[in-house]
Design a protein around this ligand. Structure first.
Ligand SMILES: [Fe+2]
Length: 439
């Protein structure tokens, strides 16, 4: 959308006023007896009040009416959203899905909320420890309805179609190759412009942060200044037919009616906000002599667990870059991982699987399940002349890597009907090259 403005910086203390109401932010205090313009003050907490300063998050919202003005919540049909991880037997196999189908608007009208489909996950929101991976497919905008997640944070990865997201903090336009994070409790409504698809990583109990850089130093990977935060925007709109506020609470959906738009925040300040990031801004680090660095060098954001160095989930990308390593098998090595690896493809061709892994599809390599390049990739890369070469040109693949052992839902394994039953065959042509007489 032309004209959308943003402020920059990851986790900064921002201040923003809708320019129609200059001076809407109280000066020198949060809670004056009467707020400017007759607004209500409301705090949105993103951390315990007593968290240490580096992890303490809250924002103050100055709004036309407080969020509490609504009728009671009533249960709402969940569709394919779930956190029931015992619906179907576990499956340790390498799993790959063809691109998830987006229904035509004439067949099945889906908006961002009704189009949420849970693919896999573990843990549960009440204990504040777990993750879920959802696919969203939608073809229509949310009309007089907004959503907020009481359970955790959404990291949204659009793959097809752009999202115009109106939040309590302002508007964000998020296009494929950008991501956005809508944190716990933030109300938002999604406008789409056609058939739209993407991936969501939901984490319960932690917020996303930038990974530590260690010996890399002060700069590199995702730089803080490239994260963009919306500016205050409000509408003073009565909705006599009823505006629906949807809450995801303890894994279930609930809806409450109110007669006004919730996007009535005239000004806000704080460090707890939604934000977006363009993946092209990622400063890629890689091996420049031989061998591979582990894929943790591609971490954009991490949601840490209580165990040092172990993430609930990392968001990792495989962006276009140079491959220059000498005497090295350059595609990813074969491996078995004590973490779960979910991968998606925003565009292009992933280097370890030129065929079969398609934009809008996905793969899951579960805990300790072996995987690696397909036979074709192995043969080619073993013989390739090792010149500097562009890798993943025109491609953006990503991984949600989690320390949880993920259960796949019934929708993922059966109902979606997108599972590629022949995935295992991509490794079958791998043959032994072993010759004890030839080193
Ligand atoms: Fe892997």
């Amino acid at each position: 959308m032309p004209g959308l403005k943003y402020m920059s910086g990851f986790g900064n203390e921002h201040v923003s006023e809708d320019p129609r109401c200059p001076g809407a932010l109280p000066e020198g205090q949060n809670n004056p007896q009467v707020c400017p313009y007759g607004l209500y003050a409301e705090q949105l907490s993103g951390s315990a009040f007593t968290c240490p300063r580096p992890t303490n998050k809250r924002s103050w919202l100055y709004r036309i009416l407080p969020s509490v003005c609504h009728k009671p919540f009533q249960p709402l049909e969940e569709g394919h959203l779930t956190h029931n991880w015992d619906d179907i037997e576990p499956d340790p196999n390498q799993l790959r899905w063809k691109p998830f189908e987006i229904p035509k608007v004439s067949q099945n009208k889906l908006d961002f909320v009704s189009g949420l489909h849970t693919l896999c996950g573990a843990g549960e929101p009440r204990g504040r420890n777990g993750i879920a991976i959802h696919i969203f497919v939608c073809n229509t905008s949310m009309l007089d309805r907004c959503f907020y997640n009481s359970d955790g944070d959404f990291l949204i990865v659009p793959q097809q179609g752009k999202l115009l997201i109106t939040t309590e903090f302002g508007k964000l336009l998020v296009e494929p190759n950008e991501i956005c994070v809508i944190q716990q409790g933030m109300r938002f409504s999604v406008e789409v412009f056609g058939e739209t698809r993407g991936y969501i990583l939901e984490v319960y109990g932690a917020h996303f942060e930038l990974p530590d850089l260690g010996p890399i130093g002060a700069n590199g990977l995702a730089n803080p200044r490239d994260f963009l935060v919306p500016v205050a925007w409000y509408e003073d709109r009565q909705v006599p037919g009823g505006y629906t506020v949807i809450s995801k609470y303890q894994g279930k959906l609930f809806a409450a009616q109110q007669d006004f738009s919730p996007f009535n925040v005239v000004a806000w300040h704080g460090n707890y906000t939604p934000y977006k990031y363009n993946l092209d801004n990622f400063m890629v680090i890689n091996a420049v002599a031989f061998d591979h660095a582990d894929p943790s060098i591609f971490t954009v954001l991490t949601a840490k667990s209580a165990r040092p160095g172990v993430a609930l989930a990392d968001f990792v990308i495989f962006p276009p870059r140079w491959g220059v390593a000498n005497n090295t098998f350059r595609p990813p090595y074969y491996h078995r991982n004590c973490m779960s690896e979910f991968m998606g493809l925003i565009r292009g061709h992933y280097e370890a699987k030129e065929e079969g892994f398609q934009p809008g599809g996905a793969s899951l390599h579960s805990m300790m399940t072996p995987h690696g390049p397909d036979a074709d990739c192995f043969e080619k890369a073993s013989k390739a002349k090792l010149e500097p070469e562009r890798v993943a040109e025109g491609t953006m693949a990503f991984m949600f890597e989690s320390s949880f052992s993920l259960a796949v839902t019934k929708w993922g394994l059966k109902t979606s009907n997108r599972l590629d039953k022949n995935y295992y065959k991509c490794w079958e042509p791998l043959k032994s090259h072993f010759n004890p007489n030839c080193k």
